[in-house]
Structure formats: C-alpha cells, structure tokens
Design a protein around this ligand. Sequence first.
Ligand code: DLL
Length: 432
Amino acid sequence: MERYYQPEVECASRETILALQNERLVKQVRHVWDHVPYYRKKMEEKGVTPDDIQSVADLHKLPFLSKDDLREANPYGLLAKPLKDCVRIQSTSGTTGKRVVAFYTQHDIDLWEDCCARAITAAGGTDEDVCQVCYGYGLFTGGPGLNGGSHKVGCLTLPMSSGNTDRQLQFMVDLQSTILCCTPSYAAYLAESIHERGLRDQIKLKAGIFGAEAWSEEMRRDIEKQLGIKAFDIYGLTETSGPGVAFECSEQTGMHINEDHFIAEIIDPNTGEVLPEGSKGELVFTSITKEAFPLLRYRTRDICVLTREKCSCGRTLVKMSKPMGRSDDMLIVKGVNVFPSQIEAVLIEQGYQANYQIIVDRINNSDTLDVLVEMTPENFSDSLGKITEMEKSLVAALKAMLGIYARVKLVAPKTIARSEGKAVRIIDKRKI
Ligand code: DLL
C-alpha cells in the first residue's frame, strides 16, 4: 500500500501548483519582512516591499541570500519564529567554512518528513518495507530526515547511522532490509564488503535512496549491478531543511522538486540573471512553507538544469538534473573548469570503481592534476607493462573529457580510504 504518494500535489496541473505557490509566497514574504530584520534590510536596500511581491512572477525582484549571509547572521539572525517555538536544530558540515545552524518548528519537521516520505514512496517504499538508514544521525540532516520519512511511510525503520560496516551487514541480513538509505560512496563500500564476505545471496535489498554528494550515472549503474537494486537519487541541503527537497521516481531521469514547498530558479552564477527553462546554471530556492528558517532566493551553488517535460510516472513537479558539481567544488586547473564528476565518469566507464583521489598542485607556477585510481582486485595481478598501458589509456580518456593532461597513477586495491558519509576526493594543495 502506498501510504505516502500525494497525487493531488505531485501530479497536479501547473496552474494548481502555481496558484498554491503564489499564495504561499506572498504569505512567506510578509512573514520574513515582519520577523527577520536581516532580510528586511536587504529588501529595503533593493527598494522592495512585500506589496511588490504578488506572485511567483515577482520573485526576481527579491534579493538573493548566500551562504555568506547565513554565516554573518548565524546563529539567530535569520530566525523567523520565537526560539520557544523551535524544537530542533540541524547544522551544515562546515566543509566550506563555518558551520551554519538551521532551526525547525514541529510543523517544519512534519513537512520535511513528508518530503522524505514522498521520496521513499517514489522509490517503491511501502509499509511492508524494512528501511535501513545509514546516513549520519545527529547534526547532519540525512539520518533524521530519512528516518522521519520512513516512519511516515510506515516502513520498519533501522536507525543505523553511518559506519560500523560489520554491524550494518549483520542487520541487513538478519532483518532482511529492503531499502538502503546512505551516501552513494558508502553504498559502493557496502556493496564491496557484501561481495567480499560472500553475502550477496543473503540480502534482500530492492532499492537504494542515495544522495548528499555528487555521483555519476556510471556509478549508479555500478551500484545497481553490485547490489541487484534500483538506485534512486535524493537531493537537499541543510539550509532548506535537508534531504527531500527533490527526489527521483522510477524513470530515473532527474529529481522532482517538491514545488508545493520550494520554488526553484536557475540563474547565471556570475550575473545573477534568471535563465530560461532548460538552461544550465545555479539552482536557487525559495522555501514557501518553512516557519522557523525560511530562506528567500537562497543560492545553493549547485549547478544544474530544470525541465518540465512530461514524466511517465505521472508527476508534474519540475525535475532538476543531477547537480553537475558545485560552483565552489569546481576546480580550475590550467584555466580549465574541471568537475570531479567528469573524472569519475571516465574511470567507471573504463571499468574502475569510484575509489579515486584528485590532487591538484602548483609547481613552478604551473598547475598539475594527478588522479590516483585504485585497481580492481582482478587487474591488480596484471604485469607492470599492462598496468602502464592501462594508465596511458586513462590519461587519453581523461584528456578527451577534460581537454587537459592529468597524470594517472594506478594504486593497489584498498589503498584509498573508504567513506562512510560524504567522500572527500579532492586535495587542492594550492589552497593549503
Ligand atoms: O547533504 C542533505 C542530504 C542528506 C541530501 C541526505 C540527500 C541525502 P548538506 O550537508 O547541507 O545537506 O549538503 C548539501 O550536498 O548543496 C549539494 O552540493 C550536495 N548534494 C546533496 N544531495 C545531492 C545529490 C545534505 N543528490 C549539499 N547529488 C548540496 C549531488 C548533492 N549533490
């Protein structure tokens, strides 16, 4: 039984969704103006008042919010509800600077969990399922979000948190988990461990809900094959509540954005200009239902494309492509833009797994790009001559993809550290 499929919104006509967004946006702008002096000042500086915002068509008049604003206002500067009405905080990981704290009322948590429940349902989850949540719990939103969503769907929920792979596998086998929720890099590690322990016949997984970091289509196919599951992408960020802002359906061609809660725009990251549908640019979100920490026109730094093509699943919610990297994740090497996802796609296409590290340095005023790639146990025993050939072939494939030379070094299996959460694959020594 699909307890959390909400066709009245997920499959509603464009007009219905727009009417809902218009009404909620107008209310939200007023709420922020009345309760968040920080944002009110930004609006005043731009000469905008709540009366100027009558519908989604007026959204472009509002100022953007950035991570820098969040840091400056941290912790209470963007709070729109009295602290006594808040029941929870979550926090960003702080990998790109100081941590930012997000606040939730009980209502905010309820809506956030609804979004995660939609994601689990879209991945085929029902109250018959056993959902193993191995995203981190605590300040990270992955564990709490999927945990809440799983409860709403009525799955038997295994609140594992990340790490302790032996215990994960024991529970997976003993309780016959059918849905796995974790980062794609941890899913790949679990798949590797299942293979090594010969447990493939003892697991009953049917679906995975993987997100929180960039992963390529090639990596998806690899994980699906290794675990015998269908792997679904899920997107979100702490600032907009957490996972469940967007989720994939059975078509697996992008993630439906929960437009009854978030208005999405794509902008040119350099000029801030709003781009037409189908253009590649920076994703910007306005949260129209959040009470405690509502962000208007928040710049995510994630680069992607929005499309409204008809989806065979019946959902009409706009779809976002997989983020093609973050604008602040993008490496500029010898003046060329390099996204780690491009490197990953090449490696997996050539038969390697997503165990790699990218090292960028500057030697004699010139950038260098090194890619360490783990060999598979099968090709590890090959002769030195063959390994040199394999490295050469990777260098050529990377050159074709990136347009620049990358030095490739194949290393022994298991020499690159595995990740239980978000993988750290880039070492940029120019910044150290
Ligand atoms: O990663 C929330 C989350 C938890 C999403 C579990 C999905 C599953 P943050 O730690 O604040 O929140 O990081 C947000 O992670 O701006 C993206 O750059 C990246 N990200 C999240 N989901 C995806 C995805 C969580 N499916 C940042 N694909 C975002 C690529 C993703 N990148």
